[in-house]
Ligand binder design. Sequence first.
Ligand SMILES: NC(=O)c1ccc[n+]([C@@H]2O[C@H](COP(=O)([O-])OP(=O)(O)OC[C@H]3O[C@@H](n4cnc5c(N)ncnc54)[C@H](OP(=O)(O)O)[C@@H]3O)[C@@H](O)[C@H]2O)c1
Length: 320
Amino acid sequence: MTHTTLGSTGIPVGDVTLGTSALGEGTAPGSAEEAAAVAAAVDLLTGPFPLIDTSNNYGNGRSEAVLGLALAEVGPALATARIATKVDRDGRTGAFDRDRVMRSYEESLTRLGVDRVEILHLHDPYSITFEQAAEPGGALEGMRELRETGAVDVIGIAAGPIALMTRYVETGLFDVVLSHNRFTLVDRSAEALFAEARRRGMGVFNAAPFGAGILAKGSASRPSYGYNDASPELMAWIARAEQVCADHGVPLAAAALHFSLRSELVDSTIVGIASSRRLVQLRELRDTEIPDALWPDLDALGPAPSPLPERDAEESRPLL
Ligand SMILES: NC(=O)c1ccc[n+]([C@@H]2O[C@H](COP(=O)([O-])OP(=O)(O)OC[C@H]3O[C@@H](n4cnc5c(N)ncnc54)[C@H](OP(=O)(O)O)[C@@H]3O)[C@@H](O)[C@H]2O)c1
């Protein structure tokens, strides 16, 4: 595990962070499924990767609840990983103002069974406009307050659409940026955002290096990229990339992970892991030697057909 520092925050992170958006999904309290998810979470908490990424709304709170149960089982002293989380809009009303930020953080702490986290992100602020977030009593006020009062050490903006993300980064308020599915083998649209964040000394998390799965499972799997259907043209490009990787004796998944790991723009790459089996595989992919000659051969394929344009427009539109 290579340790890095999150931008100029001084906070240590590993080059890989474990993402838990699917952990505990659909599990009922007290069920056998919950027990299996907690066992996986114990492995995440006691493994070699020092940070776990979750959110108030992952699995309607079940990701945090399962992590909280696992943390209670392991005991904070024996956990080798820390937990970062995110504040979310009210799931019923869509409200996402200063007061909702405070409530969301309290809910997260209760589920996790901790009294603070170091890193807290404002997550997917799509139910409000940027102007609403920035007005007095808005979500940005809540985030600033949490940092100023020492309730958290650093605050981040975590979302998708690059134009919207750029506006949040340009406020100068945030210490950290987290983008997803937009700095991968097939989509590099977050590159300028990350460069701007770097210029400002911000920490950079690059989430979803597998495009939510396809770049790990390969071109024969369900045609989906970044939670949307993938076009036949994109699938054909991925099949060609897979062949180039095979010619170099490297799995596509390893190339997809190392594309992000090798970038100087990225402090830590967040990979979605919801089972102990995937954790073992992640360690293997992380340790895979990638021949230098792979990268120019992948570049020679030319840019992949853009996977996410409509999604950006959709996510930029306020939901309420
Ligand atoms: N707005 C935000 O803040 C935001 C948005 C997106 C993501 N994130 C964070 O980033 C994390 C990663 O995103 P993501 O999970 O959507 O995408 P991802 O990391 O690109 O892909 C995760 C998927 O890849 C599959 N996978 C992992 N290792 C594999 C392997 N060795 N072989 C085959 N398949 C493998 C898993 O499938 P299986 O289900 O089969 O295990 C998993 O569902 C999330 O969990 C979350 O923490 C944050």
